[in-house]
Design a protein around this ligand. Structure first.
Ligand code: ZN
Length: 445
């Protein structure tokens, strides 16, 4: 463990620490962020009431924050520090208009590096390890966030960033990296590229992969572990809360992600009523940052669905675990009245060995009716056999037609969804260089 004391506090001690840090944070935003002062006042939290908070259960009366708050106060309206105390800015990709901007004081960067070092250590990374970091460097928090964690831990950072996959694989071989950090879809892209390049597995020394920044399924984990012959672990974070390293799956338990609760207070709420749900129940994940200076967030609604688990873990950490993010509420597709997450489709597709884990979902509306086209590659094995037997890949071949029907009825039986399935030749679906584009929703155009 990187910080045994703070990772194994008993709950009474932890909650006392959380309450003290929460009060400091509330005072900070009350005095420095006018829009949050207004909201705290409206909810009855003046400085006197903040002082009198007796337990962190009182948090349930604090107002929520949402992504739209960051957008509406673009770029610096939610900052609680003057800009000359801000050492760094990051921003989320603004696919729709302006990005959301976050800032860090020097202390924020140090605390973030602490959270990332703890995360890496929980995944089995040790000082002296060579760590290949394929998260994007730039405004995105992934690359630089993990970079500082690697250095803080005393490991060696290879700041590869995304793209130029052939070169990355050469570096993995030449530097003998033991750890790979990337999105799960990019790890899979690397695995397939290695096969194409005929890179023998024993020429790379990878043992651990720490993957995040997009939701992924257990089925995807199985595929990555088999292909790369590594232990694949899940890391979670979002720029509004700090970036990567908010929580991390431990190698010992490999079941849920430990949240660094002395920095981030998690809650699970009913996304409709906003009511706090008990541990074990699924709902929307909400975070309050209690150490951040530049842009603290109070009860920030992540839009991610998860549940909390306070049961003891094999690794000995006492901080609670959150379940793997199955889906983001924003990603939910509503197709002809059926609510559905892309991860549910992924789970179905990856359960068939005839299919490869490369797929894309295209949603459209034709004559006022929603349509879903699923493009998925067949396995390399089938692809090669077709090449050999017929000299080419014929999408209309009767064997593929039978498989296509089987996939359609699997989706219908499991998800109640009628979709048109298109089986594609291996290598024909665009590969991820960072965050995968799984869904193309033409209805939004
Ligand atoms: Zn654990």
């Amino acid at each position: 463990m990187w910080n045994r004391k703070l990772e194994t506090l008993d709950r009474v001690e932890l909650q006392a620490l959380q309450l003290a840090r929460l009060k400091t944070t509330l005072r900070r935003v009350y005095h420095n962020v006018p829009i949050l002062k207004e909201r705290l006042d409206a909810a009855g939290f003046n400085p006197d009431r903040i002082e009198k908070m007796a337990s962190i259960a009182d948090m349930a009366h604090l107002p929520f924050m949402k992504k739209t708050d960051l957008r509406e106060n673009y770029p610096f309206g939610l900052f609680a520090e003057p800009l000359n105390n801000v050492a760094r800015l990051h921003a989320s990709s603004g696919t729709k208009g302006k990005p959301t901007v976050v800032g860090y004081t020097k202390a924020d960067i140090a605390n973030w590096a602490e959270a990332c070092a703890r995360s890496l250590a929980a995944g089995g990374v040790k000082p002296g390890d060579m760590v290949h970091n394929s998260y994007g460097y730039g405004l995105f928090t992934g690359g630089l966030g993990m970079h500082y964690g690697i250095e803080n831990l005393g490991a060696t950072a290879v700041p590869a960033s995304g793209g130029r996959t052939h070169q990355q694989i050469m570096l993995l071989q030449d530097f003998s990296s033991r750890v790979l950090l990337s999105t799960p879809s990019y790890a899979l892209n690397m695995a397939y590229t290695m096969t194409e390049m005929k890179v023998p597995r024993d020429s790379i020394k990878l043992e651990i992969g720490i993957f995040g920044a997009e939701p992924w399924t257990e089925e995807m984990r199985a595929q990555i572990e088999e292909r790369l012959q590594i232990t694949a672990l899940d890391i979670y974070g979002l720029s509004e809360v700090t970036g990567p390293g908010v929580s991390m799956e431990c190698a010992a338990g490999k079941n849920g992600l430990h949240i660094w609760e002395d920095m981030f207070i998690p809650e699970i709420i009913d996304p409709d009523s906003g009511e706090v749900l008990p541990d074990g129940e699924e709902g929307e994940l909400v975070f309050t940052t209690i150490l951040k200076e530049a842009i603290p967030v109070i009860r920030y609604r992540t839009g991610d669905l998860s549940r909390l688990n306070a049961e003891p873990c094999a690794c000995g950490r006492t901080v609670r675990r959150m379940s793997r993010i199955k889906a983001r509420l924003d990603d939910m597709l509503i197709i002809r009245g059926v609510n559905l997450f892309p991860s549910e489709i992924e789970k179905c597709l990856l359960s068939l060995e005839e299919l490869a884990p490369h797929y894309q979902l295209v949603v459209d509306r034709k004559k006022a009716l929603d349509t879903l086209d699923i493009h998925v590659e067949v396995s390399e094995h089938i692809g090669e056999r077709f090449e050999k037997e017929f000299g080419e890949f014929e999408e209309t071949h009767s064997e593929l037609e039978t498989l296509r029907r089987a996939v359609q009825s699997l989706l219908k039986d499991n998800l109640g969804l009628s979709a048109s399935v298109n089986l594609k030749k291996p290598g024909s679906i665009p590969r991820s260089e960072g965050k995968a584009v799984r869904v193309i929703d033409n209805r939004l155009k």
